[in-house]
Design a protein around this ligand. Structure first.
Ligand SMILES: C[S@@+](CC[C@H](N)C(=O)[O-])C[C@H]1O[C@@H](n2cnc3c(N)ncnc32)[C@H](O)[C@@H]1O
Length: 477
């Protein structure tokens, strides 16, 4: 019997005692529901990242493969559909969710997800979920009442009643599990290329867990050597099911997990034109190092050298790890990894110093919502102007650091127009002009579907099976 139908039981993992455990009369045994509930709670309370936390918690709890699958579907699904669950819970509880304590709310959220979006028998969904609160009788009684009320009315019926009086956008946002401001930003970007009718398909694609994609690093691996299905990138392949870290070539660093859109963004820069021997390349915002690894391999193969910069020291360490295999294979072309604010470039010895520059700017990440289940609820519209200011300053520094005639790629994993078009519209004032990025990407990926975006490329999950990367190549005017 799997966790889907009953509560899990097993050994307490060493070294993990939470506040709750210390105060509870009898510690809860590790189970898939407990793992999922605690991940949902930590994402809410501590701003944790579910994709980093969940695998660790599954390992610590010693879950079976079936229970690990259940915990993953429950945690990621709950986070992705949090907007709907909160609306349902508030309705059934008769109070706003911010008046419910975090532990009870996280428990209710995973209960609501089992009832409305997973085929879990009602009794198990309610009973086993409420049992997670058994150390606190008041909370358990409240959760029991709310989940029982939720189980009495189909979620669609309750949602339809909740949405009465909503605007069309608010209703679509509730139905598709997106914040309304995100939905509007996605629509505006699609509208810009005359494709606003694709919005429902895009919103649906955002809710599909993506296939894991791999890149074969040039000079270290052959894309055909593993017999895997191709993706939108010439170096990309779809990972087989299971943990990609268990693939020996991934473990040794010759293949890496990377979305095909990110591969195309890096390759658009490295293959925009032939490489001259001794070129200097710069990755301004390199952490955690996915594009840096691909660019470093491309650079080493062509006789160029990459400098990978990252402001956050812990992310710079990740870059060092990501490019390790390239340094071992080509010590004379080993990439240089540095830590610092990218806005310092373009002064002194870094003025007009680099032949190619990747500015993969910090952004809202609205193009990678399918990959990060909690991301859509964490970002706020007020984040956009602050990020846009940083993006513009990083573009100014990159423009100063570019050699005359060099190539600069401005890239974001967000299609928000304030982070894409509005930033590259500043290029002319910085002495830059656009290059035909569509032609470069179309040459890399013949047959790829590209929208009407002028010189720029905007990839989309529903169209290209990639994250919604924005890519604009620029050169000096
Ligand atoms: C979109 S991510 C880059 C992803 C990376 N290119 C890759 O493919 O793995 C943006 C990165 O910029 C870093 N960053 C933010 N502000 C920065 C700044 N002022 N200077 C340099 N890096 C910055 C962030 O820490 C983050 O690691």
């Amino acid at each position: 019997m799997s966790e889907r139908d009953r509560g899990g039981a097993g050994r307490r993992p060493p070294g993990r005692r939470s506040q709750r455990d210390r105060t509870s009369p009898a510690p809860l045994a590790p189970s898939a529901r407990l793992v999922a509930r605690d991940v949902v709670l930590d994402v809410d309370r501590d701003d944790a990242y579910a994709n980093l936390l969940l695998p660790q918690r599954i390992r610590e709890a010693g879950l079976s493969a079936a229970d690990a699958g259940f915990a993953t579907e429950l945690a990621y699904g709950t986070l992705r559909w949090q907007g709907q669950h909160d609306a349902l819970i508030a309705d059934a509880a008769g109070r706003p969710v911010d008046e419910i304590d975090p532990e009870t709310l996280a428990t209710l959220r995973i209960g609501s997800h089992q009832l409305s979006r997973m085929r879990v028998p009602t009794h198990a969904a309610v009973h086993e979920t409420v049992a997670l609160l058994r150390h606190h009788r008041g909370r358990a009684g409240f959760a029991n009442a709310v989940l029982r009320r939720l189980s009495e009315v189909p979620a669609e019926e309750r949602l339809a009643a909740i949405a009465e009086g909503f605007s069309d956008d608010e209703r679509l946002a509730l139905e598709t599990g997106h914040p309304a401001w995100v939905l509007r930003a996605l629509r505006r970007s699609l509208e810009r290329e005359g494709a606003s009718d694709e919005l429902p398909v895009l919103l649906a694609a955002d809710n599909e867990p993506p296939l894991v994609q791999l890149v074969a690093l040039p000079g270290l691996a052959d894309p055909d050597e593993l017999g895997l299905e191709p993706t939108a990138s010439p170096l990309g392949r779809a990972a087989p099911s299971g943990d990609p870290a268990r693939i020996p070539q991934v473990a040794e660093g010759s293949w890496r997990v990377q979305d095909a859109g990110s591969q195309l963004a890096a390759l658009a820069l490295t293959r925009a034109r032939p490489v001259a021997d001794g070129e200097r390349w710069l990755d301004v915002c390199a952490g955690p190092g996915g594009k840096a690894a691909l660019m470093a391999a491309e650079a080493a193969m062509a006789g160029a050298r990459l400098e990978a910069n990252e402001v956050a020291p812990h992310r710079a360490r990740l870059v060092r790890h990501a490019v390790r295999a390239i340094g071992e294979r080509w010590p004379e072309h080993a990439p240089r990894v540095v830590t610092g604010d990218g806005r310092r470039y373009g002064e002194g010895e870094t003025a007009q110093a680099f032949d190619r520059i990747l500015l993969d700017a910090p952004c809202t990440g609205l193009g990678a919502l399918r990959r990060r289940p909690e991301a859509r609820w964490r970002k706020q519209p007020t984040d956009v102007p602050e990020l846009a200011r940083l993006q513009a300053e990083l573009l100014e520094a990159s423009a100063r650091a570019l050699k005359p005639g060099g190539v600069l790629a401005y890239v974001t994993c967000s299609p928000h127009l304030a982070e894409t078009r509005a930033i590259v519209d500043r290029a002319a004032a910085l002495g830059l002009r656009p290059l035909d990025t569509r032609a470069v990407v179309a040459a890399l990926a013949p047959g790829i579907a590209l929208g009407e975006t002028g010189d720029a490329v905007q990839l989309w999950p529903h169209r290209n099976g990639t994250d919604a990367m924005f890519i604009q190549l620029l050169t000096t005017a």
